[in-house]
Ligand binder design. Structure first.
Ligand SMILES: [Mg+2]
Length: 163
């Protein structure tokens, strides 16, 4: 299985608005200024230890080095990253009016995002989105449940196709 997370306002949040994880120790807090949503470290480490690949899917231009770096300092391994240049090269390929994200191109089972438009594109184009909001205190548990539901659905399908 694969899960992907948006960065801005999803995993990286404004500490004035949303509870956050402790910042990194000096000097890394100066190199990596983004702050992680509270609960992200535990959830993402759990995903690392499961059979599910952890992807980042962002329309930002942050470098792969920066993204792997900040999560690496929290002990989290990112399996794959789709940033704006990769999305443009592999997904949009110059087509305007194309969804800003298209996780099913990468066979991502669940994408997590704060944007309403991404959620709506999920319905229109047939990919699954968990939409996160700033007052969503149970977000991590909700995603755990959603992953479990998808996993159960897959194993039932496997049983059918294996016959
Ligand atoms: Mg966002």
């Amino acid at each position: 299985m694969k899960i992907s997370f948006d960065l801005d306002e999803t995993l990286f949040v404004n500490p004035a608005e949303v509870p956050t994880e402790p910042e990194l120790k000096f000097p890394y807090n100066k190199l990596y200024r983004d702050r992680l949503r509270k609960g992200a470290v535990e959830l993402l480490k759990e995903i690392n230890e499961s059979d599910t690949e952890l992807w980042i899917y962002t329309t930002s231009n942050r470098s792969l080095r920066y993204i792997r770096g900040i999560f690496g300092h929290y002990g989290i391994r990112i399996d794959s990253i789709v940033n704006a240049p990769r999305h443009e090269a592999e997904v949009a390929r110059g087509r305007s009016n194309f969804p800003s994200k298209y996780p099913s191109v990468y066979r991502i089972d669940l994408h997590v995002d704060d944007e309403k438009s991404v959620y709506e594109n999920g319905i229109a184009y047939g990919f699954r989105v968990y939409r996160i909001t700033n007052d969503d205190a149970d977000w991590a548990d909700n995603i755990r449940r959603e992953l479990e539901r998808i996993r159960r659905g897959k194993s039932e399908n496997d049983g059918q196709t294996d016959r």
